[in-house]
Write a protein that binds this ligand. Structure first.
Ligand code: SF4
Length: 387
């Protein structure tokens, strides 16, 4: 199993902050008329509205978005790359973010006060980010304080977390990480303290600690916010080096060791390529591990005729298969699975958002509060200062 990353992603400028709570926004109806999915003019309407807005609008598209949406993106990328792209477009009056809520928060902080960030569907949250609420995390921290260990615990949060959580980490001398630089962030953290409190993705935390830093699985404990005292004894917390939050990605968490064994049996010689948000046993059994950008680059560089089973979101795997007909590219699991929240952004919502902007109304604006943004930026600046 190899786990490597392009180096450029760790050095980009990034700022974050907090918008409205996605938990309170699920099921929010779009004001005005949402076009019917069956409307045969959707593509033409989107093109017309985008053309009418011209340089006033910049559309960002995450790799996991539907093709019908991606075709209108001015740039595509992972959350880290898109945040940089938003920061690099100070002239655009409107940033339409085709992704999920925590990404739009990032864009709102990155852009100037004059710029407005729009999320075409406010129900496009992230189930992983939603698994760590600030009140739960503060309760865990209070427990560490009572036990007398808070001073030696460094909080680290994955980029895929709400700005609330990033702000908490910034206030408590911690750092943000991405799937590309998690190893560096953990090494830095273990120079600052003896324990790491990793939020919200247990799998990225465990995989990095064990496979990159050489810790034992027994050095890691799982803090479950739904159990009294996190489901951990005082002794377990005192002995742990990695305190992992019980969060996971609902898409990457679906892949199992059976998925890997099954595809190896069906496709002799297949290369298994997975994201580090997958379970530990899946990552260990894979041939290659890395971020979304790493997955794309690895497939691009692969020789013709090779076979690849890819363990990441289905929209991206399908697009890779279409773009590389000379290679055999398949979804790692027999059962297909999209990210349901990413998929909330569809063509009718994009058309609606663009036409509202043409009409002079700003729909579904994501606004970040200054205090949270400040501390989230502290945690992000620490990440940017990592070697
Ligand atoms: S793929 Fe996973 S981490 Fe990414 S937005 Fe969907 S639920 Fe969140």
């Amino acid at each position: 199993m190899t786990w490597a990353e392009p180096s450029s992603t760790a050095t980009a400028l990034l700022l974050l902050g907090r918008g409205a709570d996605p938990n309170t926004e699920k099921g929010v109806e779009c004001p005005g008329d949402l076009p019917a999915p069956s409307d045969p003019d959707l593509v033409e309407r989107a093109a017309r509205a985008k053309a009418a807005l011209g340089d006033r609008v910049f559309v960002l598209g995450h790799h996991y978005q539907r093709d019908e949406v991606i075709q209108f993106a001015d740039v595509t990328g992972d959350s880290f790359k898109l945040a940089r792209e938003a920061a690099a477009r100070p002239a655009a009056e409107y940033i339409v973010f085709c992704g999920v809520h925590f990404m739009a928060e990032s864009a709102d902080i990155l852009t100037s006060d004059r710029q407005r960030v729009v999320l075409p569907d406010l129900a496009a949250g992230c189930s992983m980010a939603d698994m760590a609420a600030l009140v739960q995390v503060e309760k865990a921290w209070d427990r560490f304080t009572e036990l007398g260990i808070a001073g030696e615990v460094v909080p680290v949060t994955y980029m895929n977390s709400s700005a609330d959580i990033k702000g908490f980490v910034g206030r408590n001398d911690g750092v943000v990480c991405t799937s590309s630089n998690a190893e560096t962030a953990l090494r830095w953290s273990f120079e600052q303290g003896t324990k790491v409190f990793f939020l919200p993705d247990q799998h990225l935390g465990r995989n990095t600690a064990v496979l990159k830093l050489g810790l034992e699985l027994s050095d890691c404990v799982l803090y479950d916010p739904h159990k009294p005292n996190g489901g951990l004894t005082d002794e377990q917390l005192r002995a742990a080096k990695m305190i992992l939050w019980r969060g996971h990605c609902s898409v990457h968490g679906r892949f199992t060791l059976d998925s890997v064994d099954d595809v190896r049996e069906r496709v002799p010689g297949v290369n298994v390529l997975v994201h580090p948000e997958c379970r530990h046993e899946v990552v260990t059994a894979a041939d290659h591990v890395g971020s979304t950008e790493y997955i794309i680059k690895t497939i691009e560089a692969a020789p013709a005729g090779t076979a690849w089973a890819v363990g990441t979101e289905l929209n991206l795997v399908r697009r890779l298969a279409l773009a590389h007909p000379d290679k055999q590219i398949m979804f790692l699991d027999r059962n297909v699975c999209y990210c349901s929240t990413m998929n909330r952004i569809d063509l009718p919502h994009l058309v609606w958002a663009l036409e509202e902007l043409v009409a002079g109304r700003v729909p579904n604006e994501i606004v970040v509060d200054a205090d949270t943004a400040h501390y989230a930026r502290v945690a992000l600046d620490r990440m940017l200062a990592l070697p």
